[in-house]
Design a protein around this ligand. Structure first.
Ligand code: NAP
Length: 295
């Protein structure tokens, strides 16, 4: 590349994308951030060299989105308990619209943020299928592709921390399943290195952070950082399944995310360790009120 490489971050208004944008900007890339509401980029405005205002679900708003772009990274995805829109519209449709623009502009690399073990989980978790369908379409697109499959990110562990702070130390099942949560800034560092070295092209990569814990150990870590030791309650899985079944006829998204939540807690979610950001430091920053990256 004979110019400052330019990366489009689609999803830059969300938790993962925000951190991708900051990591890529710090690594020396020109970051073009896609936003349907640019005010949502306020927390990372210094990292956004360019802002493209458009709605990924509406292709008519995306003209020129990828012009002059060397690589695209998309973390666009649905994480809502509201009934609409559907994952077909967002996880599949919005990402296909971006891929179309990338192909038209001749972009060399497309990184897609999926989920660890999603292909396997999708058999029992229908809400993951549109994301897997997009993965298939990306692989067949002729564009250089990388499917990133992180395990749970620090923000989800933050919810466990907040519950522990309210005295509610609990795990589902016996709490022995393992996970190595990852900081999304480390995902951004991985993308930056992979663009620079032209590595991880046309491949999938399942990964997590540097430290592996059981679910029970994460609750204990939160309690330790908070300086309070309480008995950890074990909640059975059946209420999650029952609630998902009750919600399914009226709200497919809420039912789908509950099912995903339940299924991902019933297995190990450990990927190849990357990065250096540690969960214990994140919990300490939450306790001190100094965390600025996960809001
Ligand atoms: N966070 C995790 O723990 C985690 C772990 C592993 C994998 N992932 C994957 O990463 C993806 C993103 O996660 P996240 O935590 O960053 O989610 P998030 O904070 O909810 O961000 C989602 C992004 O998608 C955009 N989006 C959602 N609905 C849209 C729509 N209808 N039209 C246009 N844009 C839309 C959002 O834009 P607006 O801001 O405009 O709504 C936002 O930029 C997930 O879907 C998941 O597959 C997440």
């Amino acid at each position: 590349m004979d110019h400052d490489p330019r990366v489009l971050v689609a999803g830059a208004t969300g938790y993962i994308g925000r951190n991708l944008a900051v990591a890529l900007h710090e690594a020396g890339f020109r970051v073009r951030a896609l936003a349907r509401d640019p005010r949502r980029l306020e927390p990372i405005r210094d990292a956004c060299d360019e802002v493209f205002v458009g709605a990924a679900t509406r292709p008519e708003t995306l003209t020129g989105l990828c012009d002059g772009v060397d690589a695209v990274v998309s973390s666009i995805g649905l994480r809502t308990l509201r009934a609409k829109p559907t994952p077909e519209q967002v996880d599949l449709g919005a990402n296909l619209n971006i891929l179309d623009r990338a192909r038209q502009a001749g972009v060399g690399r497309f990184f897609f943020v999926s989920v660890l073990h999603a292909a396997e989980l999708a058999q029992r978790v229908p809400i993951l299928r549109p994301r897997e369908e997009f993965t298939r379409r990306l692989v067949d697109s002729g564009t250089g592709w990388t499917v990133l499959r992180p395990t749970g990110a620090f923000n989800d562990m933050g919810e466990i921390f907040r519950l522990a702070g309210r005295g509610a130390g609990m795990v589902f099942g016996d709490g022995h399943h393992r996970i190595n949560p990852v900081h999304p800034r480390d995902i951004g560092d991985l993308v930056a290195a992979s663009i620079r070295d032209d590595t991880r092209r046309d491949t999938e990569f399942g990964f997590g952070g540097p430290d592996t814990y059981t679910a029970a150990e994460i609750v204990e870590l939160a309690q330790q950082v908070l300086g309070r030791r309480r008995r950890v309650l074990h909640i059975p899985f059946w209420p999650v399944r029952a609630l998902a079944a009750a919600l399914r006829p009226v709200n497919r998204n809420a039912a789908g995310f509950l099912t995903f939540f339940g299924e991902s807690l019933r297995r190990d979610m450990v990927g190849a360790p990357i990065g250096h950001r540690r969960l214990a430091d994140y919990f300490a920053a939450l306790a001190a009120g100094t965390d600025t990256e996960s809001r």
